[in-house]
Design a protein around this ligand. Structure first.
Ligand code: CTP
Length: 399
C-alpha cells in the first residue's frame, strides 16, 4: 500500500524512523512528509535513506505549489507519528499553514494519528476537544503510552511503540468495505409530541449515537436511510436523510422505507406517550391545575419485530438501572436480534455525550460489554458484532 508518514516536530520524531523502517519491511511504499519543526529534530536524509524516496518538506511546497494535491491523491493512507499538540490543533481546525496540514486537507483516505507530548498538554481540555473532533471524523488515534517523558514528568504522552502504530495501520488497511451492497435503515434522535401548537413532550436524546452509526455504515460501504427526529446535527455526508417530528411520523417513514432494508437499527428515543387529540389553540393558564390524558405511541420496534422477515433488527434500550436484564427483556419482547443497552442519566455517557459505554445483548444468548469510547468507535464495534451475529444466525439456520 502507498502510505504517507507525516512527522511533526517533537522529541519523539526520531522514533518515526523506526516506524518508517517497519512499514517498509511490511512491504508498503512510504512517502515521508516533515513539518519544519520536525526537521529541527531529525534530518530528512535519515528518512530518505530508509524509504528510498525524497522527503517532502515545506521547501518542496515552495518549489511546487500544487504538489500537495497530487501527493494526497496518489496515496491510500495518512499516518502521523508523532502528532504534536500543535499539529492536532491545526488539523482539528482545518488550518493549512505548512505542507503537511495542506496535504491533510486535500486527503480523503483513512488517517491514523499517534500523538506524543507532555502529560499536561495531553490532558489539556483544548487537546482533548481537538482529539474528539478528529475522532469524530473517523480518524484512528493510537493512544500514547504512560511512562517517563523527555520533559522529566511521568504520565501518558509517550509515543506508542512503532509496532503498535504499525498494527493500527494494518487494521485500517484491512478495514473492509464489509457493508457494501447492504441497505441500512437507521432511526435517530428523540421524537417531539405536541401538547398544543407551541408545546411538546420530548426527551434528552441528542441523536449522536444514531448519526455515528449512519456515518460508520457509509464508511463501510452501505446505503443508509436515516430517519431522524429533531436534532442539532448535520446529516453525515452520503446518507439519505428523512426528517420527522412525532412517533407517528417516524412510524410512517420507517414502514415506507422498510422494503430495501437488510439491517434496521432503531437508535431513536421514541416518546412512549402522546396526546392523541392535540388542541388547535394554545392552552391558556386559566386553571390552577391541569391534567392531560396521554395515550401510548405506536411501538415501532415491536411492530418491526413482527414484520422484519429476514432482516436483522437492532434495538436500543436506554435504562437508568438493571441495564442487562432490561435489554434482554426488550430483545425478547420485541423480537430483536441485538439490543444495545446503555445507561442514561449517568455523567459523560449516554444521551448528550460524545462518549458512550454500552452492552450488546444478542439473540444467541451472549452479552458483550463495550468499554467507554467515542460514539463513532462504538458504532464500528456494533457493526463488527452485527456482521458476526448474522454469520452465526445463518450458520444456525443451516444457510
Ligand atoms: N421504541 C419504538 N417505539 C416506541 C418506543 C420505543 O420503536 N414507541 C424503540 C426504541 O427506538 C428503542 C427501543 O424501542 O430501540 C427501546 O426503547 P425504550 O424507550 O428503551 O423502551 P420501551 O419499550 O419504551 O420500554 P420502557 O420505556 O418501559 O423502558
Amino acid at each position: 500500500m502507498k502510505l504517507i508518514l507525516g512527522v511533526a516536530g517533537g522529541i519523539a520524531a526520531y522514533k518515526a524512523a523506526e516506524l518508517a523502517r517497519l512499514l517498509m519491511q511490511e512491504g508498503h511504499e512510504v512517502q515521508v512528509v516533515m513539518t519544519p519543526a520536525a526537521e529541527e529534530f531529525v534530518r530528512p536524509l535519515t528518512f530518505a535513506a530508509l524509504t528510498g524516496r525524497k522527503v517532502l518538506t515545506n521547501l518542496f511546497a515552495i518549489e511546487s505549489a500544487i504538489e500537495h494535491i497530487s501527493v494526497a491523491q496518489e496515496h491510500e493512507l495518512l499516518v502521523i507519528a508523532p502528532a504534536t499538540a500543535d499539529l492536532i490543533a491545526r488539523m482539528a481546525h482545518g488550518l493549512a499553514d505548512d505542507f503537511l496540514t495542506t496535504l491533510y486537507l486535500a486527503f480523503t483516505g483513512p488517517v491514523v494519528l499517534a500523538p506524543a507530548m507532555n502529560v499536561n498538554m495531553w490532558q489539556h481540555p483544548a487537546t482533548r476537544a481537538n482529539l474528539d473532533t478528529l475522532r469524530g471524523r473517523g480518524h484512528r488515534i493510537v493512544e500514547p503510552d504512560s511512562g517517563y517523558l523527555a520533559c522529566g514528568m511521568t504520565g501518558p504522552g509517550r509515543l506508542a511503540d512503532p509496532e503498535i502504530i504499525a498494527e493500527a495501520i494494518a487494521r485500517e488497511v484491512h478495514q473492509r468495505r464489509d457493508l457494501e451492497g447492504e441497505t441500512l435503515l437507521i432511526t435517530a434522535g428523540p421524537t417531539q409530541e405536541p401538547l398544543d401548537p407551541v408545546r411538546y413532550i420530548s426527551n434528552r436524546s441528542s441523536g449522536k449515537m444514531g448519526y455515528a452509526l449512519a456515518e460508520a455504515a457509509v464508511a463501510r460501504g452501505a446505503r443508509v436511510i436515516l430517519i431522524s427526529g429533531p436534532v442539532h446535527l448535520p446529516p453525515p455526508p452520503g446518507v439519505e436523510i428523512i426528517n420527522v417530528r412525532t412517533a407517528i411520523e417516524m412510524r410512517e417513514q420507517v414502514f415506507a422505507h422498510l422494503g430495501p432494508a437488510d439491517i434496521v437499527i432503531k437508535a431513536a428515543a421514541v416518546a412512549d406517550f402522546h396526546l392523541s387529540k392535540v388542541p388547535d389553540q394554545k392552552v391558556k393558564k386559566t386553571a390552577a391545575r391541569i391534567s392531560m390524558e396521554l395515550d401510548p405511541t405506536p411501538d415501532i420496534l415491536a411492530e418491526l419485530g413482527r414484520k422484519k422477515g429476514d432482516r436483522l433488527l437492532i434495538g436500543f434500550a436506554a435504562e437508568t438501572q438493571n441495564l442487562q436484564q432490561e435489554a434482554r427483556r426488550k430483545l425478547e419482547s420485541k423480537n430483536c436480534d441485538m439490543v444495545v443497552g446503555n445507561l442514561v442519566g449517568v455523567s459523560d455517557s449516554g444521551f448528550e455525550s460524545d462518549q458512550n459505554e454500552v452492552i450488546l445483548v444478542l439473540r444467541t444468548g451472549e452479552s458483550i460489554p463495550l468499554p467507554r469510547a467515542p460514539k463513532r468507535e462504538i458504532a464500528d464495534h456494533i457493526f463488527d458484532h452485527v456482521l458476526k451475529l448474522r454469520l452465526a444466525l445463518h450458520a444456525a439456520n443451516g444457510h
